[in-house]
Write a protein that binds this ligand. Sequence first.
Ligand SMILES: [Zn+2]
Length: 430
Amino acid sequence: MENSVRIRDLRRIKEYKFDTEGVETVTSKEQIATEKLVELCFDRFQQLASIDPTLPVIQRQNHIAYLEKCLKGLPEGYCTLDSSRPWLVYWILNSASLLKHRFSDTQLDRTVDFLKKCQSPLGGFAGGPGQIPHLAPTYAAVNALAIIGTPKALDAINREALIQFFRAIREPNGAFRMHIDGELDVRGAYCAIAAAKLSALPAEEFASVFEGTAEWIASCQTYEGGFGGAPDLEAHGGYSFCAAAALALLGRPAVCNLKALLRWTVNRQMAFEGGFQGRTNKLVDSCYSFWQGALVVIIQTLMASIDPFAKTSTTRPMFYSEALQEYILICCQRNNGGFIDKPNKHADVYHTCYALSGLSIAQHSEFTLEPRVIGHYANELLLTHPVHNIPPAAVSACYAYSSAAGSVPPSEGGSAEIEDIWDDDSERDN
Ligand SMILES: [Zn+2]
């Protein structure tokens, strides 16, 4: 069946290409070179679409086969990610769940066993067995266990030790280091808060561990409107997502300037390419489809929670959702499986996860029952929770586990509004 959502007129949008205004720079040359590659993809697509009007089509079975292969074993190029192994697991599991694919019980059981080996006796998870605990793999491992969602997976997290780990890396002002004596940035705060919510920390512990964290995060907002990794650093899409998602989970959006953040974020969508850049004057990259796309949805939801009559209501997303889908499906999809950052790059599981997550956000960013899907209706992915980036049903199950354990209930910290909106949708698809 053909879809009524039309793609842009790819001939007309050429007028949106970068204008050097007579001044060539290193970055303007890179931008123009990237636009040429994207233009080749669009031109080729137009020729193919004139033969087959159902295009673009997501190569679902090939992506699933790619993910199945990656969960069994990765090529040697991934050896540099030896200290990020729970991340690899999470990226693969989340990609598969977006594609409506569940690995076998045996594979998932083995995955839980592996993640348990990454858990440190000091609390938190390490990037691999025997390594030191670190907030980034802790976030990834907890997300992966939540996606698996079996009693064995949810029981695998040592919650008491996790609290001790959080206390060991917390600074007196509420900021978090990534590991003991490690670097301090907004990622740390987001990873800790997200893992704490899903891991059912008792409410009083949660309030105590994150005292001052919202104010510290707010101090990372820059003059541009986006957030840097720490105070006085450049605004960046990944850190801005972490900041807004963390403030949403803490129920403290009013500590930052949401209007300025919204203006900065929507201006990161590239007029010609349709995808997002991560920072001002940088190139388009498919992973920012999620970091920036979900960020817009989170900001709009937070603004609506403060003022339900705000012009930035959640009826329509304030980014061009169809253009984002075009960039992901036409320029970043590898037909034999996996997604790439931009044309001429290799596929990897990180970009596969965040391109698919961004595609899901773009399809479902309108708060109506009908998704906006370009190409064939079968291109529709399952929803992802915009704050946690796992299936909304997996978030609900973890929160339910949390409530049963007598710890942080869903309404704690005022974050119920975001969760409720996405839980309602999750019932439709999961
Ligand atoms: Zn990227």
